[in-house]
Design a binder for this molecule. Structure first.
Ligand code: ADP
Ligand code: TYD
Length: 209
């Protein structure tokens, strides 16, 4: 068995309610059980500045925010989080597990708000200081399933509806094909435990753990 010492940056993606936060937390538990130091982040947010941006993004007003404003605020939050938390953590030998990262902007603002994908890829390059996740799990469910699994009152983006989520999902599927070395599709319809097994065996197969 090979032992990897390199800290990894793993991201979880998918439509709202797909089950990615559940899987991110289970993965962190597993990594910590193996003695790794792990930092958890979730987007938008994760630093003082990014949390303030999150508040504007998810809880301000009605429909007046333009898709471009949304894209710029999402990536502004990301730039701060990347520089303040993610890069220093990796430099200090810690693993980073993220509940959403740059692909969310491609899927939501690209697929959902129909902003040009190539331009968003450039914007992400700028916001992430060109940092790429080592591996991304796309937890795939239909919008109806994601909607059923969501609790509480919906935020501004969740209120955009099932058609919006369907467009976001289509973009995730497209990204999975385009970035096939990095993004792994996981069927989110299975039980929580069997999805976790798939995730762990993917990490083992890639010699990450
Ligand atoms: P997300 O972070 O994608 O919005 P969560 O991980 O918070 O989703 O899960 C949303 C809800 O669905 C939670 O109540 C969670 O317990 C439940 N859930 C997560 N994964 C599954 C699954 N595979 N099957 C059934 N319910 C699930
Ligand atoms: P959150 O409550 O964190 O939802 P979830 O548990 O589904 O991750 O809200 C984040 C919302 O912001 C979610 O609807 C996805 C959206 N989002 C974007 O539209 N673009 C982005 O770049 C990011 C990071 C999130």
């Amino acid at each position: 068995m090979s032992i990897s010492v390199k800290p990894r940056f793993i991201t979880f993606e998918g439509i709202d309610g797909c089950g990615k936060s559940t899987q991110a937390k289970l993965l962190i538990q597993k990594l910590e059980d193996e003695g790794k130091e792990v930092v958890f982040v979730r987007e938008p947010g994760g630093t003082d500045i990014s949390e303030q941006v999150r508040n504007i993004l998810l809880h301000s007003g009605g429909d007046e925010m333009t898709g471009r404003t949304e894209a710029l605020l999402m990536t502004a939050s990301r730039a701060q989080l990347t520089k303040e938390v993610i890069i220093p953590s990796l430099d200090n030998g810690k693993w980073v597990v993220a509940d959403r990262y740059a692909d969310s902007t491609l899927a939501y603002q690209g697929g959902g708000r129909t902003i040009d994908l190539e331009w968003l890829i450039e914007l992400n390059q700028f916001a992430t200081f060109a940092l790429q996740p080592d591996l991304t799990f796309f937890v795939d469910v239909l919008p109806e399933i994601g909607f059923e699994r969501q609790g509480g009152s919906p935020d501004r983006i969740e209120r955009a509806g099932l058609d919006f989520q369907a467009n976001v999902r289509q973009m995730y599927l497209k990204l999975t094909k385009r970035f096939s070395d990095r993004i792994v599709l996981v069927d989110g319809n299975h039980t929580i435990d069997s999805i976790q097994d798939v995730i762990i065996s993917t990490l083992i197969k890639r010699n990450f753990i």
